[in-house]
Ligand binder design. Sequence first.
Ligand code: TRP
Length: 471
Amino acid sequence: MEKPTLQRENWGSRLGFIMAAAGSAIGLGNIWRFPYLAGSNGGSAFIIIYLGFVFFICLSIMLAELAIGRRSGLAAVGAYKSSSDNWTFAGVLGVLSAFFIMGFYPVVGGWALAYVFKSFTGLLAAPAALGDVFGGFITNPVQPLMWMAVFLIANVVIVAKGVSGGIEKACKILMPALFGILVIIAIKGLTLPGSSAGLAFLFKPDWSLVTGQTFLAALGQAFFSLSLGMGCMITYGSYLKKNENLPGSAFIITAMDTSAAILAGLAMFPALFAFGMEPAAGPGLVFVVVPAIFAEFGGAGVIFSAIFFVALVFAALTSSVSLLEVVVAYLMDQKKMERKKSVYISSAVMVVLCVLASLSLGVMSGVTLLGVGAFDFFDILTDKIFLTIGGLLLAVFVGWFVKKEDLRDELTNGGAVQFGLFELWYNLIKYVIPVAIGIIAFMGIKSITQTGLMIFGLLIIVVMAIFSKKL
Ligand code: TRP
């Protein structure tokens, strides 16, 4: 892979990059999805498997993505393409994943935004009705769409401003705020009577609940949470300066993302058990448990609830901008399109997908494709298939198609910094990780309930491998 010559936008500082990348990683995946996945997959055993995947598979993939992004100085498609047109499809798969994830992510972002305002308008007054309030809201044909639109517009504004002025500035303020508020909630939850059952659920594994599906769910979640497997970190890496330390950054980003997920679990489960609620509550978990916690605290609860949802919106926003940026950077790099125009065009497509996803939970719930509505279609297809296969492709690409010496050069900044674990990392990427992902994907895809959907997803990848060379 050649080093780039063109002038490219850069992150303003190392801290700015770390905050932006951690901002991308930490999002709805940590605070909305991780708790309900853990809750419905048996808690602790799922979490242990998840942590194993994060540190033995995903950390190395993150490093690989950052390395080839910076090396090529191009976003996902360009980075692959600069090696060979045969690899273009792996980047295009990433762009497609970005569209699909942005087909439901802003819908949930919109829910969070709505809950900021609902906190002030009596949400907490009737804790017993929280489940019904959530169900009623997300199935409404109009309201969630309006909030989704507001959320998407915020994305457009930030991404249109570019890398260091928009994305980086927003993340530097919003990420620390989020951590602060999660700690406060966790402390509140842990001090409720009866909360210790939640700790046991989080930290005492029950292995009888583990199946082939659990592994795929945990791996998919690890990729999703760390923004891997679709070129997002390749894209962010492409804006990195040559003197930044890649292994150190990858480690910090991974550690921050993991702490945010665990913190979200700590904020949710002790309280959930204290209230005698169901851990397997599904996607409504955060929207029901957190307001219920704050309802316990009288008048001040309203303020805390509003602040929590503001933080959730911010976390979602710093992630969704990175998804939008994957598409925008592709259009700018490969199609020579101007930034603003790329932003408008890609977000226009995303609005349509989001409308379908939102309506699929209510008025259009009868309309299904391969057995699922639009929301689940986008979610399952990306998280269970595209991201894991994307990660597998990346590992094979870096391990077998990029020169080892080029990788060493990139990871040590041309020998200027030490990376003692290089050989270990290289062997993981080249041999261990592709095999591991292959086994997990096979086990999980085989045992998954939506067989039609899985086959469809794999077909899309094959078709793209054949037809997307020129994209
Ligand atoms: N990681 C984000 C979250 O946890 C979502 C996200 C942002 C993402 N960029 C991504 C997921 C790229 C997969 C790929 O909410």
